[in-house]
Design a protein. Structure first.
Length: 555
């Protein structure tokens, strides 16, 4: 190439040009929303049984088609819904005169191809308008990742306490070393209840261990039970919709909140997209979830965001999959939990698609730790972005559940969370958390600021902890014995919540007084300007008074 134009030289060095992009490749499924291989919407029902769906006769159904036909589609409304022109349904989604109840009544009669046919009529603004009306819970919320490279318990407890104090309703951890899972779950349980009574916590690991920890009262919910949109991907995973539904019932029967996980692009990444669009396959996942009776879905191209992010209209498709979830009257934890780009502009633009209309959980994993410590591969935004997020809330008068905080208060809550866990470790006979670790965790930016632990000693102790059947009740006793009565009461209240089961309702969270806030008692009532959730009153006064704002009295 000859002499370069200097502006192009500068542009070539921009972060966005480190990203990967690909033109549509239909045969392998690298197409976002409109593949020529997607089926045409159709349905035929006799005596309450679906005999034909989207151009396939029943004898041609694969196991996903069979599951959707038998367990998801409401046959008493299907013919009515399918007869309505797709463009008309798309307009109903954004029409403030059409209530959410009417849309949900019809949507449960739609086939996967019908959903695609509706959603591909809508641009991102219209999809956001639909999300604002259709999310189940009136009040938006947020979830945080709490992890670190070293699986350091004192730091996990301090970070969990800070995350709760900053306003998150759920926190999620995972591990670098698999056997650390119970200790990480224990750290989030104690730290989380220190920072915010009623904070739901989970530890995302192998499913049998995850269920065991939940049954023992160390965690409160699960969401990493994955479903897929093609039969071959299910087969490769030794799973079926029926096995996933059985697992979901195991969680629910023990009072544990449960979401499935899916996302556009997973079938492409695993090599079995069948030439279908990513959105079509993802809608099959949504409908598997609905048919299983699960209250919600974590989607938004979870863990595979680089795939739709590489094709035209891919981020629009991610928003469309979120909308498909709420169309099915399911709670949505709407992604933003993994970065997919070197560009901070792209990262924020992707997040705005959910932040602006509000979702049940805008992030299914805001990184409350520096992204180098994020064991979920890094979120679109992390703890270094807190002040930017607070300003966005203030600029736009939109709530993503983040609270302005004072440095001295965060120091105090981090210290208390680490000390509370130190006390529990002492009482349960776990390897000591030293005062040095507590001090370091109180002031740390991340695991780089923490001393190393004796990993073999920790792992032996964790194995013994699990063998002797330790439960959340033992944690309550330990906290109370060491004088952390308020934290002990919060942990006990979370155990009571599993017995009553009220937080198994769609979109359920706890407030700080342990009242369940869900779609049954906080149903989204958006119906145009002046309705629905509004950031106003005391909440607005709180969120607009960020620490950086100058008071007139100070001038």
């Amino acid at each position: 190439m000859g002499k370069r134009q200097k502006r192009f030289e500068v542009l070539a060095e921009r972060a966005v040009n480190q990203d990967g992009f690909i033109k549509e490749w239909i045969d392998v499924g690298l197409v976002a929303m409109d593949s020529p291989n997607d089926p045409t919407p159709s349905i035929k029902i006799e005596n309450g049984t679906v005999l034909e769906m989207d151009g396939k006769r029943r004898e041609e159904f694969d196991m996903i088609d069979t599951w959707i036909a038998d367990h998801c589609i409401e046959t008493d409304v299907a013919e009515e819904a399918m007869a309505i022109d797709s463009l008309q349904i798309a307009r109903m989604l954004v029409d403030i005169s059409v209530p959410r109840t009417e849309i949900v009544r019809l949507s449960v009669g739609m086939t996967p191809a019908k959903y695609v046919d509706v959603l591909k009529h809508m641009n991102v603004v219209e999809l956001m308008m639909a999300m604002q009306k259709l999310r189940p819970r009136r009040t938006p919320s947020n979830q945080a990742h709490v992890t670190n490279l070293k699986d350091t318990p004192a730091l996990l407890a301090a970070d969990a306490a800070e995350a709760g104090y900053r306003g998150f309703s759920e926190i999620e951890t995972t591990v670098g070393v698999g056997r650390y899972a119970p200790m990480n779950a224990l750290s989030l349980l104690v730290g989380g209840q220190t920072g915010r009574p009623g904070l739901l916590a989970q530890c995302a690991v192998e499913e049998a261990l995850e269920l065991t920890m939940g049954m023992r009262g160390l965690t409160h919910y699960a969401e990493t039970v994955s479903v897929y949109g093609t039969e071959q991907v299910f087969v490769d995973g030794d799973d079926t919709p029926w096995s996933k539904a059985f697992l979901a019932s195991a969680y629910a029967s023990r009072g544990l909140k449960m979401r499935f996980t899916s996302g556009t692009g997973s079938e492409v990444q695993m090599g079995y997209a069948e030439g279908k669009s990513m959105l079509y396959l993802e809608i099959r996942c949504v409908m598997i979830t609905k048919g299983a009776g699960v209250q919600g879905l974590q989607n938004g191209s979870i863990s595979v965001i680089g795939v739709p992010g590489a094709v035209p209209s891919g981020i629009r498709a991610v928003l469309a999959e979120n909308v498909a979830t709420v169309l099915n009257d399911l709670e949505v934890a709407s992604g933003n939990d993994q970065t997919f780009t070197h560009s901070p502009i792209r990262n924020t633009a992707r997040m705005l698609m959910q932040f602006l209309p509000g979702t049940d959980f805008i992030f299914s994993g805001y990184s409350s730790v520096p992204n180098y410590d994020n064991m979920f591969a890094g979120s679109t935004h992390d703890c270094d972005d807190y002040d930017d997020m607070l300003v966005l809330q203030r600029d736009l008068q939109i709530d993503m559940s983040l609270l302005p905080v004072k440095e001295e208060d965060v120091i105090a809550i981090r210290n208390k969370g680490a000390r509370a866990l130190q006390a529990v470790f002492n009482e349960l006979g776990l390897p000591l958390i030293t005062d040095e670790e507590v001090e370091a965790a109180t002031y740390a930016h991340g695991s780089k600021d923490m001393p190393d632990r004796n990993v073999p000693e920790d792992l032996r102790a964790i194995d013994e902890l699990m063998k002797r059947g330790t439960t959340g009740v033992d944690v309550v006793r330990a906290l109370a014995k060491r004088g952390f009565n308020d934290v002990a009461q919060s942990v006990l209240n979370m155990l009571k919540g599993k017995v009553t089961g009220d937080y198994l309702h769609t979109s359920a969270i706890f407030d700080e007084n342990f009242n369940v806030v869900a779609a049954v008692n906080d149903l989204n009532d958006y119906n145009g300007p002046g309705t629905g959730y509004r950031l106003e009153g005391e909440r607005w006064e709180l969120l607009k008074n960020i620490p950086a704002a100058i008071s007139p009295e100070d001038i």
